[in-house]
Design a protein around this ligand. Sequence first.
Ligand code: G16
Length: 559
Amino acid sequence: MNEKQRSILLDSSSRFPPPPGVKLSYGTSGFRADASILQSTVFRVGILAALRSLKTQSVIGLMITASHNDVSDNGVKIADPSGGMLSQAWEPFADALANAPDSLHLVQLVDDFVRKENIPFEGLESAEILLGRDTRPSGESLLEAAKKGINSIVGAVAVDMGVLTTPQLHWMVRARNKGMKATELDYFDQLSSSFSKLIDLIPHGNIVNTMDKLIVDGANGVGGEKLVVFKKVLQFLDLEIRNSGKEGVLNEEVGADYVQKEKVVPRGFAPADAGMRCASLDGDADRLVYFSVIPNADNRICLIDGDKILSLFALFIMEQLSILNQNECGGENNSYPATLGVVQTAYANGASTDYLKHLGLEVVFTPTGVKYLHEKAAEYDIGIYFEANGHGTILLSEGLLHWLDGRSSKPSLTSKGSEQQKAALRLLAVSKLINQAVGDALSGLLLVEAILQHMGWSIHRWSELYHDLPSRQLKVKVVDRSAVVTENAETVVVRPLGIQEAINAETAKYPQGRCFIRPSGTEDVVRVYAEASTEEAAVNLANSVARLVDQFLGFGSSS
Ligand code: G16
């Protein structure tokens, strides 16, 4: 690092001292904490983003959001050139940078890392970082801190894209690096035109619920705001948007996280909505769940979670692949034997996994966190991944897309207007509609709507695909959540010693019992998930295991 760069870094970082006594970790999805202590962290992630852009010679994204967390929290994460999450290989550097005690240590860390990674750093190279933030009040000043961090690397330019959903920013980074146009208008254009294409390709006679209204809970966040704008250009969908941020508090008894965990109606919905098709976005619109209000049932809902969205997507993709696997004379067509796989986490309801396996699908498990699921799904020609909380997408390989649109050297598809060609066009439209960078509630919602219309299904028909096993999730506050170490995709606890045996003994008391604990990567809690044959049993199992967590990990109260 030359002298000029060193002195700029020393000077700027001395204005962003880290909060004393706080240790942060990059976590499931970037750094998250109370917004009041994040200035220094966000400034430093700005530096990291600039280095990542220099290293990859590509556009990088930096998003200020704490998604489903309380409005008083905030966070920061990086989008890599592909639009996906920051390479895991850089996470230790992110942790070290965020926790460097002072400017001198910070400059030393950057210097060492630049050498180790061979980052071009002569002050001649350029770097570009797209910045986005959600609607949290703290976002504006944190974004300024990020800009200061970026500007302290010579040659780096910060481009403020304004208030965005997290998936919009990921989409823009990906689009920019592919040489495509990448404004919000381009995003809406691509989504609405591919949605219209899917609707055009619906077999005659199937369209039954085109006129049915979909009611969306926007979590009082950015997703609701964006949908209000998007609705104006969207055809073939009757949308009513509630909790769009005008009145209520972000994520407070609204949004996908609340609906999925509590299984009750969010604010703004009433018994009069019983039977309607409803959907809920989370605070930064990267998660989506559906629900319907149960009539006369004390605010309870019939939840359609990420597992069931995954199942719907899988059925549609399988249908298209099976059409493609036949030739026009009804024989087999193996010119492109596409691989299809689905990825879940331990939170997936056991009934969903059984259902997917019963369909003949390959189901694999990873730890929680889109970064793990996405990586696994990318191993297939078509990889569908979803967390039960509604975070997921479908990835389609370049090889498959080339074949579908006739660019590959393999024998191509059959004649214009054939069923095979329509199936190919549907998959191509899916690849444009569903976000290829990350889970995206807006694009996921449009795909669900298109598939329901394609199938001619109501929300009730969809929900009947299988019946969830009763489940319960709890959070337990502990002294130090990092004391919990898990393995086997978070299904087994190896630290503290003895707790797994105690969990096993408790679980064995319940028919169809399944239970695990894991430290959250976004909140300062240990999470408990329990499943059993009845509602009461699932609740009892979760409560007993929460008590075990208290006993083993210090004091605390489960909620
Ligand atoms: C983030 C991650 C998700 C994860 C969720 C909860 O979602 O992107 O993959 O499921 O956090 O993680 P944890 O249980 O570790 O707190 P979001 O919507 O908050 O960005």
